[in-house]
Ligand binder design. Sequence first.
Ligand code: SAM
Length: 473
Amino acid sequence: MYDVHSKCADDFIDHEEILATLAYADENKENTELIDSIIEKAKKRKGLTHREASVLLACPIEEKNQEIYRLAEQIKKDFYGNRIVMFAPLYLSNYCINGCTYCPYHAKNKHIPRKQLSQDDIIREVTALQDMGHKRLALEAGEDPVRNTMDYYLESIRTIYGIKHKNGAIRRVNINIAATTVDNYRLLREAGIGTYILFQETYHKESYLELHPTGPKHDYNYHTEAMDRAMEGGIDDVGLGVLFGLDKYRYEFAGLLMHAEHLEAAFGVGPHTISVPRLKHADDINPEEFDNGIDDETFLKIIACIRIAVPYTGMIISTRENKSCRGKALHLGISQISGGSRTSVGGYYEPEPEDENSEQFDVSDNRTLDEVVRWLMEMDYIPSFCTACYREGRTGDRFMALCKSGQIQNCCHPNALMTLKEYLTDYATPETKKIGDRLIEKEVLNVPNEKVRKVVLENLRLIEEDNRRDFRF
Ligand code: SAM
C-alpha cells in the first residue's frame, strides 16, 4: 500500500500508485482546466506532486508545453540565476561483481580491461584534474566488496583532499558507489564527502530484477532504500537519478518524484540533486537492444517537468549528452554539468591506449573544460566552481533554507564570480579569460547588497593581483 512515510521501498515506490498516476495522467492529459490549475500551482514555486507533474509530462498540447518550458526556464533563473556548477567524474575502479545488463562493467564481460587506481594513480589523475581547473569531483566505481572496499574509498577521499598542486585543490568530493550500510555511510560522511549519489536505474521492480540478474545489486529493496540509510548515517545531501532508456519514462518520472517526496516526508529534506542519464553505447552494450530509448524532445520535457516539480533540487547532466542537447537542457533546468570528462579508469593524466579502453560509456561531448567554460559564458551563463555551501555546513535543510531566504544573489552569485575568477586566472586560455573578465565586470553589478559588492570587488582584485584563493561567503 502506498505510504510516503514508510521506510519500505515497496510502500514509498508503490507500483499500484504509479499505475494509478499514469492512468490519471492519461485521463487528464488534455484537460486544459486541470493543466492550467497545475501550471498556476507550479508558478508558486513550491513544487508539484508526482500526480500533478505526471499530467504535465503526458500533456500533448503544444501551447501548454510551451508554457511549461517558459515556466521551467523562469524557475531555473529565479532559483539558480545564470550560474552553472562545474564538476568532473573520476572513475576509481571498474571491477564489478554485478550483472547489470546495460553496463559494460558487468561481471561476465571478460574482455574489458579491469583497472583500479592506486593512491599514486589517484595523485596523478587528480593533479591533472586540478590543472584543468576542477574543484569538484564525482567519484565513480563498480561494486566489488573485495577490491573496492570502504577502506579503499576512504583512503582515496583522504588522498584527493590532500593533494595541493600549484593553486589547485579539490574542495568537494561527491561519490557514486553501490548501496551500502548505515555504518559505511557514516564513515563516508566523516570522510567529508559532499553528495552521495546513487542512480535507481529503474523504479519498475520487475524490470529492475531482470536488468540486475546477479550480484548484490539484484536486491531491489536494498538498493531503493539506500538513500534512507545514507540519511540515517548523517549524509543529508543525496543525489537521485534514473537511467532513461531502461523502462518506460513516464513510470520512471513518477517513481523519481515519489522517491523525492518520500525523502522529504521521512527526513524533512528532499534530494540535493537529480541526474538524468540516458543509456549509451558502451563496449559490449548496444542501447538499440533496449526498447525504451527516448528522443531529445521527450528528454527535454522530462527535464522541464522535473524543474518545476522540485524547484529546490539541483539537476545534473553529464557528457552522455552532446553539446546541442546540453545547451537546450541548461535553459530548461540543469544547474550542474561536467566538462572535459573521461569515463575510463585513468585517462586524465595520460590517455588510455586504444586497446585498453575501460570506458563506462561513450562520451558525446568531447570538449575540454576550457571550451565548455567559454561556451557557457558566450551564452551568458556563469560557470561556477563554488563549493562553499557544503564547506560552510549549508547542507540538507540548511541549504534549502538559503534557497528560500532569497539571499542567493548575495551569496551564491558572488561565490560563483570569485571561483570563476580563480579559474580564469589560473587555468583559462587568453581568449576564455578575456570573455570571462568581461562577464565578471558586468555580473558583479548584479550583487544587490552594496557592502557585499564592495567585498567581492576587493576579493576579485586580490585573486588577480595577490594570488589569494578560496574566498567564500
Ligand atoms: N556501481 C554503482 C552502483 O551500483 O550504482 C554506480 C556507479 S556507475 C559507475 C554510474 C552509473 O552509470 C550507473 O548507476 C548507471 O546508471 C550508469 N551507466 C551504466 N551503464 C551505462 C551505459 N551503458 N550508458 C549510460 N550510463 C550507464
